[in-house]
Design a binder for this molecule. Structure first.
Ligand SMILES: CC(C)(COP(=O)(O)OP(=O)(O)OC[C@H]1O[C@@H](n2cnc3c(N)ncnc32)[C@H](O)[C@@H]1OP(=O)(O)O)[C@@H](O)C(=O)NCCC(=O)NCCS
Length: 173
């Protein structure tokens, strides 16, 4: 078990985790059409990993040789006045949840952001996603922002909640 930086060769695992965990998490919360059309896109993921700039952080969590979770992080994307860093996404396969991978991934994100001078952090989560919200609250995050879900046509009535950490030192310790 452990967390490491991702390489392009993690693209297939990341895509499998993205699709499987998305389906398990959002079925019933987001429109079925959106869930059904979700497909792994390994080539696109490889390309994104290959092109990632120095400020884009991608970590994977492993159980033995298997990659079971991932997180993307970097600078906050919307010029938030208070939060400098952001975790863009974090997903752990359903069968591997509850074993500490999520905490380890968040910790590495917070550590890497802090080493770049980004010591505050924001994470957006669907308002109805009680698993995600419970997890962020357990890790000391506070619900500080709200916005409409933007990226998915047909799901604009959904709201995302932003969880903030004003100082990530407690998370990293
Ligand atoms: C949210 C998620 C990343 C958490 O990862 P995980 O590996 O299951 O979490 P961990 O095992 O590291 O849990 C860390 C701590 O949070 C607690 N926790 C986890 N989920 C919780 C919940 N829903 N409510 C309360 N506490 C929770 C754990 O008990 C643990 O506490 P402890 O260390 O004091 O025992 C994972 O469940 C997941 O991928 N869920 C589906 C996708 C998702 O919702 N992603 C986030 C939104 S973008």
């Amino acid at each position: 078990m452990g967390v490491r930086r991702a390489t392009v060769d993690d693209a297939a695992a990341i895509e499998r985790i993205r699709v499987e965990t998305w389906r398990a998490t959002y079925r019933g919360l987001l429109p079925d059409g959106l869930i059904d059309q979700l497909q792994p896109n390994v080539e696109r993921r490889r390309e994104r990993l290959r092109m990632a700039g120095p400020s884009e952080l991608v970590f994977v969590a492993q159980e033995g040789a298997d990659v079971v979770g991932y997180a993307f992080a970097g600078p906050e994307r919307a010029r938030d006045p208070e939060y400098a860093g952001e975790v863009y996404a974090i997903y752990v396969l359903p069968a591997a949840q509850g074993k500490g991978h999520g905490r380890a991934l968040i910790r590495e994100c917070a550590r890497a952001l802090a080493s770049r001078g980004l010591t505050s952090m924001l994470i957006w989560v669907l308002r109805e996603n009680q698993i995600g919200r419970g997890f962020y609250e357990r890790l000391g995050g506070t619900a500080v922002r709200e916005k409409q879900l933007e990226e998915f046509p047909g799901a604009e009535e959904h709201v995302e909640v932003g969880y903030g950490w004003k100082d990530t030192r407690g998370l990293v310790a």
